[in-house]
Design a protein around this ligand. Structure first.
Ligand SMILES: [Zn+2]
Length: 148
């Protein structure tokens, strides 16, 4: 779905007219109309306001061009698993389990590997194989590459 369709769908789902949406995010009705016909896309500041107003991530507003994964544990992210900042805005880098209330849950990669291996292992994926997978994958994610 393209941005224009996403905005149109969110606006109508929330029962807002173009005028009402424009007023809420401090733009003109013409601007809203241009987004919905695909003439322009909202700028970064406006995307943030739309994200907050509709409770969807900026990635969703842009038509989900990026496949997001948590940069701490590697799980795929959507608007229901994505973390939020304490002001309610989405943090599109992390899942809500790794980053909650403005704080990171894991500071020790060994602990996270233990946790993931135990929870993700199943009858088709023995725990040693799961562990090997997470030991390989997790250190490549941004969070674990930053100096602590
Ligand atoms: Zn995570």
């Amino acid at each position: 779905m393209e941005t224009k369709d996403v905005i149109l769908e969110l606006r109508t789902k929330n029962k807002l007219s173009q005028d009402e949406l424009a007023e809420k995010i401090h733009v003109t009705r013409q601007a809203v109309s241009r987004w919905e016909t695909g003439g322009t896309i909202p700028n970064t500041e406006t995307l943030k306001l739309l994200s907050k107003l509709f409770g969807v991530s900026i990635n969703t507003l842009l038509g989900s061009p990026r496949k997001l994964i948590c940069q701490c544990c590697g799980m795929p992210l959507d608007d229901t698993t994505m973390s939020k900042e304490t002001d309610g805005t989405f943090n599109e880098e992390y899942c809500k389990w790794c980053y909650a209330e403005g704080k990171f849950t894991y500071t020790n990669i060994e602990k996270l590997i233990d946790f993931c291996a135990e929870h993700m292992a199943n009858e088709n994926w023995p725990v040693e194989q799961a562990r090997a997978y997470f030991e390989e994958m997790l250190p490549k994610l941004h969070y674990w590459q930053q100096p602590k």
